[in-house]
Write a protein that binds this ligand. Structure first.
Ligand SMILES: *[C@@H]1O[C@H](CO)[C@@H](O)[C@H](O)[C@H]1NC(C)=O
Ligand SMILES: *[C@@H]1O[C@H](CO)[C@@H](O)[C@H](O)[C@H]1NC(C)=O
Ligand SMILES: *[C@@H]1O[C@H](CO)[C@@H](O)[C@H](O)[C@H]1NC(C)=O
Ligand SMILES: *[C@@H]1O[C@H](CO)[C@@H](O)[C@H](O)[C@H]1NC(C)=O
Ligand SMILES: *[C@@H]1O[C@H](CO)[C@@H](O)[C@H](O)[C@H]1NC(C)=O
Ligand SMILES: *[C@@H]1O[C@H](CO)[C@@H](O)[C@H](O)[C@H]1NC(C)=O
Ligand SMILES: *[C@@H]1O[C@H](CO)[C@@H](O)[C@H](O)[C@H]1NC(C)=O
Ligand SMILES: *[C@@H]1O[C@H](CO)[C@@H](O)[C@H](O)[C@H]1NC(C)=O
Ligand SMILES: *[C@@H]1O[C@H](CO)[C@@H](O)[C@H](O)[C@H]1NC(C)=O
Ligand SMILES: *[C@@H]1O[C@H](CO)[C@@H](O)[C@H](O)[C@H]1NC(C)=O
Ligand SMILES: *[C@@H]1O[C@H](CO)[C@@H](O)[C@H](O)[C@H]1NC(C)=O
Ligand SMILES: *[C@@H]1O[C@H](CO)[C@@H](O)[C@H](O)[C@H]1NC(C)=O
Length: 801
């Protein structure tokens, strides 16, 4: 299939003659190697060091000579091709025609000679008898032209001579080229041109860029496009170029030009960038009916003559960017009614006169960025009825009056990098009249709130408020922004995102809650307050709000806590978001004395932390508030000996570890208590006998390192421990006072039994004392000691012996 296609293509492109061209049909193939790319269109023939490549599809043959000895022999029958490229071949003075005739090539439309080597100048023999060639490229060859160089190529219409180190252009060299329309002499070393060089030749386009020309005065009745960029021109005469429509003068040394330089031309476009065009002549571009595009940029221009473009009524694009203009003469645009684009960026303009832009009723694009504008005059933009794009970036604007932006057709407004802190002036919204605007860039200003006036901008789809001064973002404010708009609030010093009313707002949306009814906000900040003030936002972030909320609002965020640790808010545990009690707002809130009180919205609890305060009395009152469900009280590490009656307080967690409690009354503990920490105190026993209704909700209990007695009085303690054993966290650390016996291993009967035994021992001992008086004291002590150790009886009660 593929090779069949190739054959058909061959026939179409090369005609009958080449219809059989395959590697095998190429003559002299035994001297050369031939590769035919089966799926491509290329055939590559390699003979010695040189190669010949054919692209049959495009009818191109490329020959690369890597040896001067290459003897080309006839390869094809008689073919015509579009393009022939020679690379690195030595031109013999028998001429190119003979070489390619040997190959069997009969006609060539386009001839490309890259890095050819020739001795001396380009004599007429080299390019002789190339009547069929219409396009000739010569490049990367040291070329010395003569009057006869192109005698053999009379049908040339395009001649490209870029980058050939040409120094001189003989006056008669182009005379034979009576069809020449395009000539590229760019990137050579030409210092001057005879003004009659092109006289009589139908030349339309001439490139002379990147040479060493110092002046230019050409006589051509046909020339339309002239590029003389990057020369050293100080004087330019174009008076005899009646057809000239486009000129590029970039990078020349011209500091001025004659008055009405282009008077006799048909100029449509002038480009002049990079230079010191400091003295623009009077009426420089005046009265040019065809003039459309004027680019005079980066020229250090400080002043323009008032009449510079007068009577040139068709100018559509004018750029004076990157100059040093401080202002423009008031009547400068007198006749520029058709101007569509005006670029005055990167100048030193401070003020736009209110009459200056009045004639520009068709202006669509106005760039005033990078100037020194402080204030836009109320009337200066008023006549720009068709303005769609306004760039005021990087000025010094602090404030905009509503009337100043009376440009109802505006679609894009750029105000980045100014000093705007709010969008109101006399309490009126600055962007009031922009009801067609779609994109507003206010990034890098000092704005900190969203004005209700935004609600007017119903076409808005993109708002950039990044790098401003927002510290708080309220959902109430977001509602002013068009519901389909994307709002960029990245890189603001955001501390709080107040979503407290979000659910209400979302629910107030009318059904069917379309997908397009969907605000998208991008946020980033490194000043975010990671406490309960952003609890609602955390709920939003962790998908804990009703689904409808996420249809109303989408937030993409990167919020870093202001904790100096770089914590990301999204990584914070929602339960750890608490607030100082003073910040928490609620009804019936009692004050917090002495201790450190916080509120935790996650479970609507209050935390009262009185730890480490050397307290000898526990607070009788604890904080409370209408919407607080319960309190956690932390009294750890004080010197409290007794707890007040907490029976009726709503405490859920109580930590009284590391105190001096001597006694505890379980009935006076809060009924709702779930966590109780009693470790490291001086408790000796639990006295309550009936535990049926005590601590019904208890879940976690610790009580090690107290002075638990383990005699018959420990009955209730042991009962208690057994009853709550599954809740006691430190069950296997609770030991009897001054011994290592675990309370959990004891039973009620055991402790009372022991007491009995010990009492008997003592009776016996006393008897012995009586009988043996002082002599046997040592034995007595031993007896007592061993029974104490073995039976684990607390010594307290019997110590006096
Ligand atoms: C193409 O090849 C066929 C058979 O190989 C031959 O008869 C014919 O003459 C060839 N045509 C040309 C133009 O070489
Ligand atoms: C080479 O010269 C011959 C004879 O003048 C001519 O027929 C042929 O077209 C020339 N080749 C090219 C590529 O112009
Ligand atoms: C080249 O031709 C011009 C006229 O076309 C003539 O004035 C000049 O002398 C010629 N140069 C040489 C080197 O023959
Ligand atoms: C413009 O052309 C007129 C006649 O065609 C001529 O008199 C005048 O000198 C030319 N002006 C310039 C600036 O070349
Ligand atoms: C413009 O003038 C300045 C100072 O005179 C000079 O340094 C600079 O090279 C000039 N630029 C051009 C493009 O001539
Ligand atoms: C910008 O305006 C302020 C006054 O509003 C002025 O102090 C400052 O110099 C101005 N900056 C520039 C670059 O002109
Ligand atoms: C808005 O900003 C201007 C200038 O910075 C200031 O004079 C004005 O008081 C501000 N208005 C409000 C409402 O903050
Ligand atoms: C930004 O906001 C902070 C606090 O809200 C304020 O102190 C500061 O002055 C503002 N900065 C500017 C430039 O308006
Ligand atoms: C215990 O909790 C319940 C339900 O949470 C609550 O109604 C009751 O008031 C609490 N008890 C006390 C003493 O606060
Ligand atoms: C514990 O407190 C209750 C009620 O306040 C009281 O009736 C009881 O006597 C107390 N128990 C002890 C052992 O003090
Ligand atoms: C623990 O209580 C006993 C009396 O029950 C007392 O003698 C002792 O001093 C208390 N210990 C501390 C550290 O208060
Ligand atoms: C405690 O409750 C149990 C049953 O749950 C009951 O048998 C016992 O009599 C109660 N004790 C007291 C003192 O009320």
């Amino acid at each position: 299939m593929n090779s069949l296609m190739h054959i058909i293509i061959l026939q179409v492109l090369l005609g009958q003659v080449l219809s059989n061209l395959t590697c095998t049909s190429i003559k002299n193939i035994d001297k050369c190697s031939c590769k035919h790319d089966l799926y491509g269109d290329d055939i590559e023939v390699e003979c010695g060091l040189s190669t010949l490549e054919l692209n049959l599809m495009e009818s191109i043959i490329k020959i690369e000579c890597n040896s001067d000895q290459t003897q080309w022999e006839q390869i094809f029958g008689r073919i015509d091709i579009n393009e022939l490229r020679f690379t690195q071949c030595l031109l013999s003075d028998t001429g190119i025609n003979q070489t390619i005739s040997t190959l069997g090539i009969y006609k060539v439309q386009s001839l490309k000679l890259v890095a050819m080597r020739l001795d001396g100048s380009l004599e007429n023999t080299y390019l002789s008898k190339l009547e069929s060639v219409e396009t000739l490229h010569i490049t990367l060859t040291k070329l010395i032209l003569t009057n006869e160089s192109f005698e053999g190529t009379p049908r040339l219409t395009k001649l490209y001579l870029r980058e050939n180190y040409i120094e001189d252009i003989p006056t008669g060299v182009f005379k034979p080229l009576t069809h020449l329309e395009i000539l590229d002499l760019g990137d050579n070393e030409i210092t001057k041109l005879n003004s009659d060089l092109f006289y009589g030749i139908p030349l339309k386009r001439l490139n002379l860029d990147t040479n060493y020309l110092t002046s230019l005065d050409l006589n051509s009745q046909s020339l339309k496009y002239l590029d003389v960029a990057n020369n050293r021109i100080t004087s330019l005469t174009v008076g005899r170029l009646n057809q000239l429509i486009s000129i590029s003068l970039n990078k020349n040394i011209l500091v001025t030009m004659p008055d009405q330089t282009f008077k006799n031309t048909s100029l449509m476009s002038i480009k002049f960038s990079y230079g010191n065009f400091t003295t623009i002549p009077q009426r420089f571009l005046t009265n040019l009916d065809g003039l459309l595009n004027v680019y005079l940029t980066s020229l250090n221009i400080e002043k323009v003559p008032e009449n510079m473009i007068w009577d040139s009524q068709n100018i559509a694009n004018l750029s004076l960017a990157s100059n040093r203009l401080n202002e423009l003469p008031v009547m400068f645009f007198r006749d520029a009614r058709k101007l569509k684009l005006l670029d005055l960026s990167k100048n030193q303009i401070e003020n736009i006169n209110h009459e200056l832009l009045t004639p520009l009723i068709n202006l669509e694009t106005l760039d005033l960025s990078n100037n020194l504008i402080i204030q836009i005059n109320n009337y200066s933009l008023r006549h720009l009825k068709n303005l769609k794009y306004l760039n005021l970036e990087r000025n010094n604007i602090t404030n905009i009056k509503r009337e100043a932006l009376y440009v109802p057709k505006l679609k894009i407004l750029k105000l980045a990098y100014n000093k705007i802190s709010n969008l109101t002036s006399n309490n009126l919204f600055s962007l009031y009249y922009l009801d067609q605007v779609e994109t507003i860039d206010l990034s890098n200003n000092f704005i900190n709130c969203i004005d209700p006036g935004w609600v007017r901008l119903i076409m808005l789809i993109n708002i950039n408020l990044s790098s401003n001064n927002f510290t708080v973002l309220r959902i109430q404010d977001i509602q002013y922004i068009n519901e389909i708009a994307k709002t960029n609030l990245n890189n603001n010093p955001l501390e709080v995102i107040d979503l407290s009313n979000l659910e209400i707002f979302a629910k107030a949306q009318s059904p069917p809650y379309n997908f397009w009814n969907n605000r998208q906000i991008n946020l980033s900040s490194d000043k975010f307050i990671c406490d309960c003030r952003n609890y609602e936002y955390a709920r939003f972030l962790h998908n804990q709000m009703p689904k409808i909320v996420y249809m109303y609002l989408q937030i993409e965020q990167k919020l870093i806590c202001n904790d100096g640790l770089g914590t990301e808010f999204s990584n914070m545990n929602i339960e750890s978001l608490t607030c100082d009690w003073n910040i928490f707002e609620d009804v019936d809130k009692t004050d917090c004395f002495e201790c450190e009180c916080t509120y935790r919205p996650h479970d609507k609890s209050a935390l009262m932390n009185c730890s480490n305060r050397n307290l000898s009395l526990a607070p009788k009152e604890i904080i409370s508030s209408r919407n607080v469900n319960y309190v956690e009280l932390n009294l750890r590490n004080n010197s409290i000996t007794k707890l007040p009656n907490y029976e009726n307080l709503n405490i859920k967690k109580l930590n009284i570890g590391y105190n001096n409690l001597n006694t505890i009354n379980l009935t006076q503990l809060p009924k709702n208590l779930t966590d109780l920490h009693l470790e490291h105190n001086n408790l000796t026993m639990i006295s309550e006998k009936n535990l049926n209704n005590t601590l019904p909700n208890l879940n976690i209990l610790t009580m090690n390192s107290n002075s638990w007695i383990c005699d018959c009085n420990a009955k209730n303690t042991i009962n208690f421990i057994h009853k709550y054993s599954s809740k006691i966290f430190d069950l296997f650390s609770i030991t009897c006072n001054q011994s290592s016996t675990l309370l959990v291993t004891l039973t009620e009967e055991e402790v009372c039994q022991e007491e009995l035994n010990t009492a008997m021992n003592i009776t016996v001992s006393i008897l012995i004392v009586v009988l043996w008086s002082g002599f046997s004291l040592g034995l007595l002590w031993m007896l007592y000691y061993s029974s104490g150790v073995i039976r684990g009886v607390a010594t307290g009660e019997f110590a006096p012996i």
